[in-house]
Design a binder for this molecule. Sequence first.
Ligand SMILES: [Zn+2]
Length: 197
Amino acid sequence: MSKYVFPKKSLDAFSCPHCGAYAQQMWNPWTDSARLGPLSGDAAEISVSQCMYCSNIGIWINDRMCYPDTGCGLVPAAGMPGEVLSLYHEAAAVAGKSPRSAAALLRLAVQHLCRDLGAVGYTMDEDIQHLVIRGLPEKIERLFSKVKVTGNGAVFPGQIADDDRETVEILFSLVNLMVEYMIHGPGEVDRIYRQLR
Ligand SMILES: [Zn+2]
């Protein structure tokens, strides 16, 4: 699996939201005192990052990437089912502006993914447990309670809670890891096996 590093202001390299590659970024400050009008208050610093792999750019106002408006650099894992993918894209579109909305959408995506994978428990704890029995690593299982998908402090999928950007980043990674381990990985093994016969 490729290395995921979320785009952040002044990092020398991160996962490009255009091409998905973990790539060097060239930073060009455009202006450090642009006036954006009454809505944004004080003068802002505007800069441009350019991916050294695909040459496409990101436009930043202060420390927020405004273009492309994906909210994060995570390209969805191959094989993600349609409805989960649509929730994933919706979460990515709002993650920069509203981490709480993105987290709510991603917990819903985890629930949909569990159902797609045949888990039909009464709680998310039971659903994730079902996936562990089928091969999801226990280390990943433990991460779900840290981001309140499972455990005592669990938040109902789709419900708005007090989530920060770090939680959102972990949730994006968890959805991708679930797809990698439970869908894409086994599919690849089958494909290579067929080639060898
Ligand atoms: Zn790129």
